[in-house]
Design a protein around this ligand. Structure first.
Ligand SMILES: O=C(O)c1ccccc1N[C@@H]1O[C@H](COP(=O)(O)O)[C@@H](O)[C@H]1O
Length: 190
């Protein structure tokens, strides 16, 4: 569940037991500062993991922001080498490598790979059924919403899913009912 910026949405996601909540530090309507994120990150408890989402930040900046916000895991959309992943790991961070659908360069040694559409956070689906997909446990993202997520998982066999736009009432504004519907849809058939 990505792009959270308010206490109520964080608390709801944690209560629902989602695996991860994402805080966006990339150029986005959902962007927050490390100072704004830190108190939200402290509300993330139990099984749920807080993830910092980055695009356009050099590795040292990712490490600095993650430390300032109190994050132990980062999702990075523009890692260019396995060396980048090594540097993040050496800083003690879990790493999710986000790639655009069709990219076959692999995970670079990251903990997980996330496959997204061409424009991250735009709410636009990619051709899940026909594009080449990674082997192993991977995360599907891009244009998911309560009405399509179950079919997308069934069509792709994705291990996990990530959503931002599809649980918003307007751009950047999370909607509690949509969050609940999304989680329920994912769990249908589990
Ligand atoms: O959510 C954003 O604004 C964002 C900005 C920059 C990089 C990643 C971002 N979010 C990630 O984008 C995908 C898909 O989002 P959507 O559901 O299609 O809106 C997801 O992995 C988010 O974590």
């Amino acid at each position: 569940m990505c792009g959270l910026r308010d206490e109520a949405s964080v608390d709801l996601a944690v209560r629902l037991g989602v695996d991860a909540v994402g805080f966006v530090f990339a150029d986005s309507v959902r962007r927050i500062s490390a100072e704004e994120a830190a108190p939200l990150v402290r509300r993330v408890t139990g099984h749920t993991v807080a993830v910092g989402v980055f695009k356009g930040s050099p590795v040292p900046e990712v490490i600095e922001i993650a430390a300032a916000a109190g994050l132990g895991t980062v999702q990075v959309h523009d890692l260019t080498s396995a060396d980048d992943v090594t540097r993040l790991r050496e800083a003690g961070l879990g790493v999710i490598r986000a790639v655009v659908a069709g990219d076959t360069s692999g995970d670079f040694g990251a903990d997980r790979i996330l496959v997204d559409g061409a424009t991250a956070g735009a709410g636009v689906p990619w051709d899940w059924a026909n594009q080449r997909r990674p082997d192993g446990e991977w995360i599907l993202a891009g244009g998911l919403h309560p009405g399509n997520v179950r079919a997308a998982v069934d069509a792709t066999g994705a291990w996990g899913v990530d959503v931002s736009s599809g649980v918003e009432s307007s751009r950047g504004v999370k909607d509690a009912a949509l969050i609940e519907q999304f989680v329920a849809a994912v769990r249908t058939g589990d």
